[in-house]
Design a protein around this ligand. Structure first.
Ligand SMILES: Nc1ncnc2c1ncn2[C@@H]1O[C@H](COP(=O)(O)OP(=O)(O)O)[C@@H](O)[C@H]1O
Ligand SMILES: [Mg+2]
Length: 328
């Protein structure tokens, strides 16, 4: 196959995406495919071999059979690039427009899961105008969550804009930080559980990897530094959880993937408190370097990196075929 790999993008995760895209490009080449790399600059331009690209709706992308958008965060993982690829009419790896946008928004994602009775931490959404109009009402609304709480932008990633707060007097600063990234913030009761992640792969009946546990040395929580400082996080596979919790993690990973209409790949992240398992989030385009959790969990489950890439390309083709047939 001729595969276009997209890397970079306009979000704060530009650099991480370039690393993931380089690893994916190698994996695809090792699986025997031709690779063309496209870099999305921070200003939004798309470049191939140093030249800016012009895109034409309905005309595909550089004659690619499949596109692998290895992009994280805003304008990459949030449905915008997925919409563009739909208009170009080219098969692409991963979730479509709706699931990408939904999983990017922590409030809408949690509301959807809450409606289905999926266990999660207690949370509340706070809109910027609501906070500036009447901060005391917001503080009162958040009091039911107890302390500490995590304050986050509704749509961001890599722990950017997130703060952990232990009392009311710290809320203003944390909310302002979150509002620097989005007009909606989410405030969550802190879980005391361990963090466990699970990789999902497939379409209708997805496969689920062994669960992996995030073991931090030093950091209090999994912040930006812990995510990107080599050695700050150790992935323990399988996660040190009860058999009951492990079964629940795998069940909830597959169920959540299906419920949000995900496709191809997703990493579902959990908090595990004894036998009780809470869903935290679903990343539709998780980190994809050789040392990232998503491919490492598959490797530990018996699926090496190049085969993983190959499977993803084939799911992209299958999904495109099916959706075309449905719209014919
Ligand atoms: N409700 C919570 N309870 C405990 N820790 C949390 C909670 N929310 C976030 N965290 C910590 O913050 C990290 C980043 O939060 P997360 O919601 O996963 O955002 P991101 O999309 O940036 O990864 C988590 O991995 C965890 O360490
Ligand atoms: Mg996370």
């Amino acid at each position: 196959m001729r595969v276009v790999v997209l890397g970079g993008g306009r979000s704060s995760e530009h650099q991480v995406s370039l690393k993931s895209a380089a690893a994916v490009a190698e994996g695809i080449a090792a699986a025997g495919h031709e690779v063309i790399e496209i870099t999305l600059d921070r200003d939004g331009a798309w470049c191939s071999a140093g030249e800016p690209l012009a895109l034409t709706p309905g005309q595909g992308l550089l004659d690619a059979d499949v596109v692998f958008p290895v992009l994280h965060g805003t304008f990459g993982e949030d449905g915008t690039v997925q919409g563009l690829l739909e208009l170009l009419d080219v098969p692409y790896v991963g979730a479509g427009v709706l699931a990408s946008a939904l999983c990017m928004d922590k409030v809408l994602f949690k509301d959807l899961l809450a409606a289905a009775g999926v266990p999660q931490v207690a949370y509340a959404a706070v809109r910027r105008h609501e906070f500036s109009d009447d901060p005391d009402r917001v503080y009162a609304k958040l009091a039911v969550l107890g302390w500490p709480v995590f304050v986050k932008p509704a749509r961001a990633g890599s722990s950017v804009g997130i703060g952990k707060v232990t009392r009311t007097s710290q809320l203003r600063e944390a909310l302002d930080t979150a509002f620097a990234h989005d007009v909606v913030a989410i405030v969550e009761a802190a879980s005391t559980g361990s963090e466990v992640e699970c990789s999902v792969l497939g379409l209708d009946c997805p496969e689920v990897s062994l669960p992996g546990e995030i073991k931090l040395s030093g950091a209090d929580w999994y912040d930006y530094e812990a995510k990107y400082t080599p050695g700050a996080m150790e992935l323990v596979v399988p996660a040190r959880v009860s058999e009951k919790a492990a079964a629940e993690i795998r069940r909830l990973a597959a169920e959540t993937f299906a419920r949000v209409g995900c496709a191809g790949l997703g990493r579902v992240d959990f908090f595990v408190e004894g036998d009780s398992v809470l869903v935290n989030e679903l990343n539709t385009m998780p980190g994809f370097t050789l040392t990232s959790v998503y491919p490492k969990l598959w490797d530990a489950t018996g699926l090496p990196f190049p085969q993983l890439c190959d499977r993803l390309l084939n799911y992209a083709l299958e999904r495109h075929r099916r959706e075309r047939a449905a719209h014919a």
